[in-house]
Design a binder for this molecule. Structure first.
Ligand code: BV8
Ligand code: ZN
Length: 262
């Protein structure tokens, strides 16, 4: 089992300062401190439910085929929550890291646009974006910022019906995005896995790809996950508190290494 720490140690800071190519994969957990519900609550036992249905059904290709209006209502419910929500220190820190490293790739499973709101300029959105719609007739995409929506938004190009421009369960990821993410994690020095239960594929395969290549893998999560075994270090804590420690002052001596748990 890799070292499990509760604070960033001086040796981790050295790794951070020496890194030239860094990649980060984020999941719902990085938005939790902003007040956005995660998909798995209570340590992964229960799944987010709405109108008596689990998120895996509400965000599924099948439901879009049978009840597109309900799918829009589900995403509009989440958009109305997000309208008042701001990025937290975890998002802001990653936006700062984008400017710090020679090569920096931010890969997110989140559709909440909070990385962009925090100032991240280059975000690989594996699962799309909740503020974009896609025409079901001609495929063109357009922004839909109004929330709640009065009716299903019509395509600006052809007037056809639209759907949220997000990847539903059972759907393929956008062309090329996953491949660019995979290439980044296979060529980086450090790969951070922040706030994800690493259950959903193919996103969850990225930490394994990083490990098989040459990266040192650092996990940031209040709980251990399915990929903790692949991590070189697991930092047990909230992203908003842990990530800033990589650039904050050092501890005297090496006392913090004694923060290991295992
Ligand atoms: C695909 C957008 C090929 C929508 C999402 C049967 C048929 C078809 C496919 C499958 C199948 N069986 C399995 C699959 C594959 C499936 C899959 O993986 N299913 C899972 C449920 C097993 N994957 C797919 O369908 C993908 N496509 O495979 O295409 C294909 C196609 C057809 C047929 C065959 C193959 C598409 C998956 C994308 C789905 N869309 N999002 C929406 O947002 O509603 S996925 C969605 O769920 C998220 O984007 C994210 O990826 C996932 C949730 O995971 P997390 O982000 O990790 O969130 P979670 O709540 O789980 O965990 C939060 C973590 O944060 C916890 O660990 C917690 O401890 C931690 N945390 C909490 N607070 C903090 C914190 N960490 C740090 N700081 C804190 N403060
Ligand atoms: Zn159209």
């Amino acid at each position: 089992m890799s070292p499990v720490l509760t604070q960033v140690s001086n040796s981790l800071r050295d790794l951070f300062e020496d890194a030239r190519r860094v990649a980060v994969l984020t999941g719902a957990g990085i938005s939790a401190e902003s007040g956005v519900p995660t998909f798995r609550v209570g340590g992964g036992s229960e799944i987010w439910m709405w109108r008596g249905r689990p998120v895996t059904e509400l965000s599924s290709r099948e439901l879009l085929a049978t009840d597109p209006k309900l799918v829009w209502e589900w995403f509009d419910h989440r958009r109305s929550m997000l309208a008042e929500i701001r990025p937290n220190s975890g998002h802001l820190m990653l936006a700062e890291w984008e400017r710090r490293f020679e090569e920096f790739t931010l890969i997110t499973q989140n559709i909440d646009d909070l990385h962009q709101a925090a100032g991240s300029l280059r975000v690989l959105e594996l699962h799309g974006n909740i503020w974009r719609a896609r025409c079901r007739r001609c495929g063109s995409t357009f922004e839909v910022r109004e929330s709640p929506i009065q009716e299903v938004p019509q395509c600006l190009a052809c007037g056809g019906p639209s759907r949220p421009d997000v990847v539903l369960f059972g759907e393929l990821l956008p062309e090329g995005v996953f491949e660019r993410a995979e290439k980044a994690v296979q060529n980086c020095d450090l790969f951070f896995v922040v706030g994800t239960s690493a259950v959903v594929y193919p996103a969850a395969s990225l930490p394994i790809a990083a490990k098989q290549a040459r990266a040192r893998v650092i996990e940031v999560n209040p709980e251990l996950t399915d990929i903790s075994v692949f991590a070189d270090f697991t930092l047990l804590g909230n992203a908003g508190q842990i990530l800033p420690q990589f650039t904050q002052g050092r501890f005297e001596g090496n006392s913090c290494d004694s923060q290991r748990i295992n």
